[in-house]
Design a protein around this ligand. Structure first.
Ligand code: RIB
Length: 294
């Protein structure tokens, strides 16, 4: 990482999450009654930016929302978390919306109407991430914008992190510009497995394994497992995003990858203990306390 660079920039999606609590997903043709679970700021990009800021990094978020009330809600949520938002307000498209089915065991299914997120351009992404020490992206916004941000970041000497969610095969083409790839077990399998990902250029692959924790994979070295924190999950929406945001923040603050992964696991656990994809309960002090009590 170059000394002239500072902080974290997150390029990605911002959605309004509409949560319905329900025992199971509806079948095709079925109308199922659930309970209103609330309306929360969301989107993988926004969630990760909020987590990076709340875990101590100076953070910028680059994304697009609509000129509607949902866009204003998301803008306010970013400001409240201390994120510097390079938000474009689309004149044509509505803010992205995610329909979150929250099941009784804390798990979820999510359906996203991307809306204004589809308008993020490579120019937005490159301009908004310039100067950051760590650039973090996911795949809920146009592929070209993510590719351009990672390439420019790599050229500037920044550390690049890609959370390949939702998975798409083309993600492998991005790997020569990726220092740290974060995938869950499903995404990893869809992209061809750990060996293929390391062989395609990702220097480091972090495999997230839910309640089992995470495993750090690096070419030519044995995998290193980090156990998850044992918690009673209330809502796992955004827990993976908190992990990614806190990982970016920790790396930007100079932590080595192994302790950074422990802090990231703690951040994911704190978010899973609360409703919604972000929570003000996530802080440097909360992460420190959880890590210290291990
Ligand atoms: O990762 C969780 C997020 O995925 C939700 O906040 C939802 O908006 C979707 O982007």
């Amino acid at each position: 990482m170059s000394d002239a660079l500072a902080g974290v920039a997150v390029v990605g999606s911002a959605n309004l999450d509409l949560v319905v609590e329900v025992a199971r997903p509806p079948r095709v043709g079925e109308t199922l009654l659930g309970r209103a679970g609330g309306r929360f700021p969301g989107g993988k990009g926004l969630n990760q930016a909020v987590a990076a800021a709340r875990t101590g990094a100076s953070t910028r978020f680059v994304g697009v929302v609509g000129q509607d009330e949902a866009g204003s809600v998301l803008e306010a949520a970013l400001a409240k978390a201390g994120v510097d938002a390079a938000l474009r307000r689309s004149a044509a498209a509505p803010t992205g919306v995610a329909h979150v089915l929250a099941f009784d065991d804390g798990d979820n299914s999510i359906l996203v109407a991307a809306g204004a997120n589809t308008e993020l351009t490579p120019e937005d992404a490159v301009a908004g991430t310039a100067g950051a020490a760590v650039v973090l992206a996911q795949l809920e916004v146009p592929f070209g914008a993510v590719a351009a941000a990672l390439r420019a970041a790599r050229r500037s000497g920044a550390l690049t992190i890609l959370n390949a969610a939702p998975a798409q095969m083309r993600a492998v083409d991005l790997l020569p510009d990726v220092d740290v790839l974060v995938v869950n077990e499903t995404e990893c399998a869809e992209l061809g497995g750990i060996d293929r990902l390391l062989g395609a250029g990702a220097g480091t692959v972090v495999l997230t394994e839910g309640a089992a924790g995470v495993t750090l994979h690096r070419a030519g070295r044995a995998g290193q497992h980090v156990a998850a924190f044992r918690i009673d999950a209330v809502d796992t929406t955004g827990a993976g995003d908190a992990f990614c945001g806190a990982l970016a923040a920790s790396l930007a603050q100079g932590w080595d990858i192994a302790p950074a992964l422990v802090r990231a696991c703690a951040a994911g656990a704190i978010v899973a203990r609360h409703r919604g994809a972000t929570t003000p309960a996530l802080s440097v002090a909360a992460v420190d306390a959880l890590v210290a009590g291990r």
